[in-house]
Design a protein around this ligand. Sequence first.
Ligand code: PRP
Ligand code: URA
Length: 212
Amino acid sequence: MEREGKVYVFDHPLIQHKVSLMRMKETSVKEFRELAQEVAMLMGFEATRNLPLKDVEIETPITKTTTKMLEGEDIAIVPILRAGLGFVDGMLALVPNAKVGHIGLYRDPETHEPHEYYCKLPKDVEKRQIFVVDPMLATGGSAVAAIDFIKQRGGKNITFMCLIAAPEGIRALHEAHPEIDIYIAAKDDHLDENAYIVPGLGDAGDRLYGTK
Ligand code: PRP
Ligand code: URA
């Protein structure tokens, strides 16, 4: 995995292969959804690497021993609606006891500014390790706004995960929230005049849900 400061870009062949399938315009909604879950699981495996462990005393069929388990399962997954929902089941397969918060944001098609329409987070969000998930980091406006909301509600330990990021979005997110780790499956070239990522995969929400 390539690392630039707090930004991690995955070079794992399985992730690269699956992201290429997701980019293809002929990939069906069903396949796209399945691939999103698979990539979320592969990325989540690495993004959860620093979760704290504790020693526990257990007994195997052979003997008593001390072994490691997660210190707490105080994790929250926070998808940015609606496309971020595509990552939730893959993450929950790894951390099934995580709580799930939701932040509803849509980009104004003219200004590209994010607008909030929903925010519901776990009550004890300040204690949790929070994974904010959204397939696309384009201008960065949505990710910055979502993390602003989480911080306003007390959230502290925040990691951001996305499939495809534009350099503009990475810069904006890193400038606004320099302490958070950003995990990216693929770093693309630039944004077009409509603030879509090039080459990208199109509109992630439409591709996940078959809307247009
Ligand atoms: C997409 C995507 C991100 C946002 C990225 O959502 O899922 O949330 O755009 O763009 P930005 O970095 O320029 O803010 P969209 O607003 O299209 O809503 P949707 O998920 O409901 O389709
Ligand atoms: N949102 C998307 O879904 N795709 C892009 O390329 C940019 C923003």
